[in-house]
Design a protein around this ligand. Structure first.
Ligand code: PHE
Length: 445
């Protein structure tokens, strides 16, 4: 069978960056920086990203070497073993994430529509309860979730090169431009410097084990590593693409985007005197209030929620593609049917997640509603297990010679050959220990 492929290096890179840049960069990172010691957190986060680089590389090495979907990669590179189990985790995790991610994506869509109808103004009596009203109701979030997932599937069904690559190639540069515009607007508000001070003044007193591990967890989530996504994308790369370049460039752009997003959000939060630590609620509860007070606020709101929606879409297509690639290659179904199956599964999961804020809010397990259960289970358990399997697989199961051959394109990339040993050492020894530590710390608290 003729496998799909990315058509250009730039397009492939934009697809990877598109997966990495998402809601994690827009709301989680800025608030984590501020509450965890500002500049000190940024430094620690930089080191964490450095550690993630070899893990990222393991994933794309396995993906391109096997030229297969996430499940197929494990099975083909280690035939006759039980590694297929790791492949199953790698295929299921993205679908679980997509179920709740598309609910959040649906909220962004709803907020974009609100911004377009100029609802973020200080005379709107519903401004304060907007998010609650949306999330606890039954139909509206369901319709938005369905619309968001439908948008995602339209891109997926058009194929890897035309759909995923075509969309990311146009949208990612646009996204960088939009977020930069917002940062300029935010930074030029009178009193913005307070926000910058809060963001970046280093407070090394806040550096401790918990902070380091949460930075590491954020780096994992933000780079979309550990659950078959980068593996699947890398399988669409041609054999002379330089994997080291892909991993460093994606990492740098993801980091830069997080930093610009922080500069877009936090100064405004300070100027308008709202609590910077409001965390997950920041985007949907606090920002509308800020937009209502800011000069040209509605225009900024439209740009902001458009940015959020596009960032969520380029991430959700990457989650979607893992399941589709698996079904097409392993179950031999057409791309259309595979898209429909993944749609049906994740849509159903998403319906439960969406209703868990309203009609199903009483359905809880360990004190968590369905949405949080999906979120917690996937980010704290499945992603961690997935990445542990991955580094053990590349570091201990695959032959060193094969890993090196893939990393250096058969020895033609001499510069990659020179750094191979150190990267390989991290993959074999340091990465598994670091991942285990995150796993343990997640359970302790
Ligand atoms: N990396 C994305 C972000 O930072 C989130 C994501 C997680 C995307 C998992 C795909 C898969 O928001």
């Amino acid at each position: 069978m003729n496998r799909e492929k990315f058509g250009s290096r730039f397009g492939a890179l934009m697809a990877m960056v598109g997966s990495a840049v998402g809601l994690g960069n827009m709301w989680r990172f800025p608030y984590m920086v501020g509450t965890n010691g500002g500049g000190a957190f940024v430094l620690v986060y930089l080191l964490c990203m450095l550690l993630c680089l070899p893990i990222f590389l393991s994933e794309i090495i396995a993906g391109r070497r096997s030229k297969a979907n996430a499940f197929g990669a494990y099975v083909r590179l280690a035939p006759g073993t039980h590694w297929g189990l790791a492949g199953i985790i790698a295929v299921i995790t993205p679908m679980i994430i997509l179920s709740y991610y598309s609910v959040v994506g649906g909220w962004s869509l709803d907020y974009l529509l609100k911004a377009l109808s100029f609802e973020f103004n200080s005379t709107n009596p519903e401004l304060g309860s907007m998010f609650k009203d949306l999330s606890i109701s039954t139909w509206r979030p369901l319709i938005m979730h369905s619309a968001f997932l439908l948008l995602t599937s339209l891109i997926i069904v058009s194929g890897v090169s035309k759909g995923i690559e075509g969309f990311s190639k146009v949208m990612m540069p646009t996204l960088f431009l939009l977020v930069t515009l917002m940062a300029v607007r935010s930074a030029t508000l009178p009193g913005a410097s307070e926000g910058f001070r809060w963001l970046f003044t280093p407070d090394f007193g806040k550096v401790n084990v918990t902070m380091v591990l949460s930075a590491l967890g954020q780096a994992f989530f933000s780079l979309s590593i550990g659950f078959g996504i980068m593996m699947t994308y890398a399988s669409y790369l041609d054999s002379d693409a330089n994997l080291f370049h892909f991993s460093t460039r994606t990492t740098i752009m993801d980091l830069v985007f997080s930093l610009i997003a922080s500069c877009a959000i936090m100064p405004a939060v300070f100027v308008f005197g709202v609590d910077p630590t409001s965390g997950p609620g920041l985007v949907y509860e606090t920002l509308p209030f800020i937009f209502s007070k800011m000069p040209l606020g509605n225009v900024v709101a439209i740009i902001f929620f458009l940015t959020l929606l596009v960032a969520a879409l380029t991430s959700s297509i990457s989650l979607y593609e893992v399941g589709v690639a698996y079904l097409v290659e392993e179950k031999k179904v057409s791309r259309k049917l595979a898209t429909a199956i993944v749609f049906a599964l994740t849509w159903t999961g998403g319906v439960f997640c969406s209703l868990s804020f309203g009609p199903l809010s009483d359905a809880t397990l360990f004190g968590l509603n369905i949405f949080s259960l999906f979120d917690y289970g996937s980010s704290n358990v499945l992603i961690v297990m997935g990445s542990l399997c991955l580094v053990i697989f590349v570091g201990w199961q695959m032959k060193k010679g094969d890993v090196k051959e893939e990393f250096t394109n058969g020895g033609t990339l001499a510069a990659n050959g020179r750094i191979f040993n150190i990267l390989y050492f991290v993959i074999r020894w340091i990465a598994p220990v670091a991942i285990l530590l995150i796993f343990i710390s997640n359970f302790l608290g």
